[in-house]
Design a protein around this ligand. Structure first.
Ligand SMILES: C[S@@+](CC[C@H](N)C(=O)[O-])C[C@H]1O[C@@H](n2cnc3c(N)ncnc32)[C@H](O)[C@@H]1O
Length: 375
């Protein structure tokens, strides 16, 4: 197949597999983000009915930095596991950093189909990577060899029994657990706060009941109880006045080897973020928590009722909403009639450039995600 045709076919398949959550380079020329034309930090795409909105993030730079600080010589053949792997982005990046055998699993076919597509078509190292549809709770049944490094991100707060879920992954981890979760801010630390979430939205859990840790302390205690000897909080963000409620985020590194995290700084105070700052956050992965919280706003009651979404939409938000709608229309049109779709895409790019310029004139800085450097 001619080179142009191969690229077009890859682009067609990326669009067909949407919604995507993470920007992953497929070839040196194209990435999921470049094909979907999501460069402004707005939601990536709407999926099939009931899938719910899926926010698009670009976490690679931050992730590379975290890993390089711990393993300056790369992963040197370490076995790597990614729990709730979504499209498997971190698994691919671990492999590029020298990981040995890698295993990624997610409970949803939707994400594993994306991971398999990337495994087949990415023009980067991919030997010894395995993906499969699996529920975290079924991990102990699989009888697997331990992994040196485990990624446990964006999953703790989607579980009806998060400690059992975390233990399943921790018991298979012999060196380092990279743990990242949304937290419920505005309550005393040391607890898990009950919530409810969708079972069908593709970024959520599948059980309907979930728990938000109320701060890093409760998590550090659980991780120590699971046998990790060094536990370091490396990121802590709160969002007390955010338009989507009081969601925060923490990232904790937990090691079974004394000294592995010696060079890593611990964070002792939360960083406060609101509104636009949150949108431009450099979290590895952040927005799904807000989505869950939004869901929780509808479903929880009494003490668990989260703050309502009070703020009126800003110009940025209105811009992003319109942009989302246009991109959906474009996707449908592309499938039905590619030629006018291309013309429309060009017009949209022109209009977006113009809108960005207008936003600057109005004093609304374009989203920091435009430079592709944040999650
Ligand atoms: C918020 S997303 C996080 C995705 C990815 N880990 C990241 O950090 O970008 C939650 C992911 O967990 C998956 N998931 C939810 N419940 C699960 C379960 N019980 N077992 C395995 N995966 C699950 C979802 O399908 C979704 O891909």
């Amino acid at each position: 197949m001619a080179e142009g045709t191969v690229t077009e076919e890859l682009e067609r398949q990326i669009i067909a597999l949407a919604p995507w959550h993470i920007d992953v380079d497929v070839t040196p020329e194209i990435s999921t983000g470049s094909v979907l034309e999501v460069g402004d930090g707005s939601d990536g795409s709407e999926g099939p009915e009931g899938a719910g909105p899926v926010r698009f993030v670009r976490p690679r730079k931050t992730w590379d930095e975290v890993l390089q600080r711990i393993y300056p010589n790369g992963l040197e053949g370490r076995r790597f596991m990614e729990c709730a792997c979504n499209c498997g982005a971190y698994t691919f990046w671990a492999k590029e950093m020298g990981a040995g055998d890698c295993y990624g699993f997610d409970v949803r076919d939707h994400w594993i189909n994306q991971a398999e597509f990337l495994l087949e078509h990415r023009t980067f190292p991919s030997d010894g990577i395995k993906f499969e549809v699996n529920d975290l709770y079924d991990l102990p049944k699989a009888g697997m060899e331990p992994f040196d490094v485990t990624m446990f991100q964006g999953i703790f707060y989607h579980l009806p029994d998060p400690i059992t879920g975390l233990k399943a992954a921790a018991d298979l981890t012999s060196e380092l657990l990279i743990f990242d979760t949304a937290i419920r801010d505005g309550m005393p630390d040391g607890m898990l706060a009950l919530a409810e979430e969708s079972r069908t939205q593709v970024m959520s859990g599948v059980y309907g009941l979930n728990w938000f840790p109320t701060g890093p302390v409760v998590l550090e205690r659980i991780l120590r109880w699971l046998g990790f000897v060094e536990v370091k909080l490396v990121h802590w963000r709160v969002n007390r006045r955010g338009r989507r409620g009081n969601v925060g985020r923490v990232r904790i590194l937990a090691s079974r080897k004394e000294g592995l995290l010696a060079g890593i700084q611990t964070v002792s105070e939360p960083r406060s973020q609101t509104g636009a700052e949150l949108e431009a956050s450099e979290d590895l992965e952040s927005a799904d928590a807000e989505q869950t919280q939004t869901q929780a706003n509808v479903n929880t009651s009494g003490g668990n009722q989260l703050e309502p979404d009070a703020a009126a939409p800003s110009i940025s938000e209105a811009f992003e909403e319109t942009d989302r709608t246009l991109r959906r229309l474009l996707r449908y049109l592309r499938e039905a009639n590619p030629e006018p779709a291309e013309e429309l895409a060009q017009e949209m790019r022109r209009a977006k450039r113009q809108l960005r310029a207008n936003r600057e004139l109005l004093g609304e800085a374009p989203d920091a995600k435009d430079d592709g450097s944040s999650a």
